[in-house]
Design a protein around this ligand. Sequence first.
Ligand code: SF4
Length: 308
Amino acid sequence: MSTETHPNGTPPHLMPLPAAPPRSAASGTRVVTRGAVIVPTQGKGFTGKCGFDYNLNPAIGCRFGCSYCYAANFTQDKAPEGLAWGQWTTLKAQSGAAISQHAPLGGKSIYMSTATDPYQPAEKEARITRGILEALALPKHQGVTLVVQTRSPLVVRDTELLLDIHRHGLVQVNMSVTTDSEGVRKHFEPTCPPIETRLQAVAQLVAAGVQCAVTVTPMLPLEDPLAFAARLAGLHLNSVVIQPFHEVQTQMGVRSTRSEALDTLAAMKLTPEDIKVQARVLWKELRRLGMNVGANQEGFNVPERQVR
Ligand code: SF4
């Protein structure tokens, strides 16, 4: 990491960057009634290797449009013409019906979602993810394990349904909190909810009895790793997962950080190696504070019930 500092003492990675490029206001939200909602992993892919039986995606595309999102690498060919990643999403209106008609899912584990955020902005009105939870709460699916991966405080709306499913199975909400710095967030994921609202959502969920983890994935530059660790330690989480940028092209780019994010990092005069250094500091401090910390794939394994 560069030791250069701004005259006002700002650490180099938090020096102001040029304004993030404006995003199109074009409406790219469509609704369809076809396409697979829940797909068996058959032990393959990232979630399959983590032990999940199914991937569940209530949409293709994601209006959060994070600059590093690897999902853009394999879904952009489904984009409406002329719309870039983050400017479109195709909601699967049949999701709830598909789950309610599915063979019993008790004893099975589901990861929602691998290629979209189940609580992206359109969910507020569309309530498609809510329909999925209502279906998973049916008696026929008792005993299911569900991980909900999101960046959105909107998940709090469905607290009662999450608790219903957890009563006979297991639910864990994985909240992605990629940095402790709003300045950094605005450059890598400007359309996502602010960091503080995500942490407050986790606090609300935990207070209501919902099992939660925070996934610092992919980890972006941090302002104060020690203070961030202390904040996370105060949330009574089941675990924290830390995963620095995927900097290497793999599987034809499928699980790779997009160049847009790597360019932003370079503009901060930082490298993926600098983030790894901060990741080690965060990991060590969380462990010192008694937290259950997972790194990379191991951190995403099917969770067990948290003992409080
Ligand atoms: S919220 Fe998730 S799926 Fe959506 S753009 Fe960001 S990383 Fe990709």
